[in-house]
Design a protein around this ligand. Structure first.
Ligand code: ZN
Length: 148
């Protein structure tokens, strides 16, 4: 079990480092280096941006991109630390959100501002009368913000 977890972490790190640092997902028109995905794909080519594409290229040619930049071990560690920081912020915020939300859902949308449990700034909350979900946005840049 432990060995398997370790193996998947090694694979995850290898995939991360082999993914271009400009890649931001194919839902976007361009990557962070402003290269158009559709231009790279011309002639039925496979995107070079990430192993998830190139691994399954089969007989298709893989496009070349002058702006492709591999990532370092440090980039990987920074990314992991940021992901963990996001999880930590939400772990702190959610009990306050649960306490604020009403059951059953309100008859009309309700909104309010509470003290953000993470940064002590202003956390704006809004609960939908339609499905009871709560959206939140902290006024502090880089703190929490979500749509449920
Ligand atoms: Zn905050």
């Amino acid at each position: 079990m432990g060995a398997l977890a370790k193996q998947s972490e090694v694979a995850e790190r290898a995939d991360f480092m082999a993914t271009c640092k400009h890649f931001n997902g194919i839902q976007n028109e361009c990557c962070k280096a402003r290269v158009r995905f559709s231009a790279l794909r011309l002639g039925d080519k496979v995107l070079p941006c990430a192993p998830v594409f190139t691994r399954h290229a089969g007989s298709k040619p893989i496009a070349t991109c002058a702006d492709f930049r591999e990532q370092s071990e440090q980039d990987y560690l920074d990314d992991r630390a940021e992901t963990q920081a996001v999880i930590d912020r939400f772990t702190k915020v959610m009990p306050a959100v649960r306490a604020w939300r009403t059951h059953p859902k309100p008859a009309v949308d309700r909104s309010g501002v509470i003290e953000c449990p993470v940064c002590k700034g202003e956390l704006s909350l809004r609960q939908s009368h339609y499905n009871g979900h709560v959206h939140g946005h902290c006024a502090t840049p880089g703190c929490v913000s979500w749509v449920e």
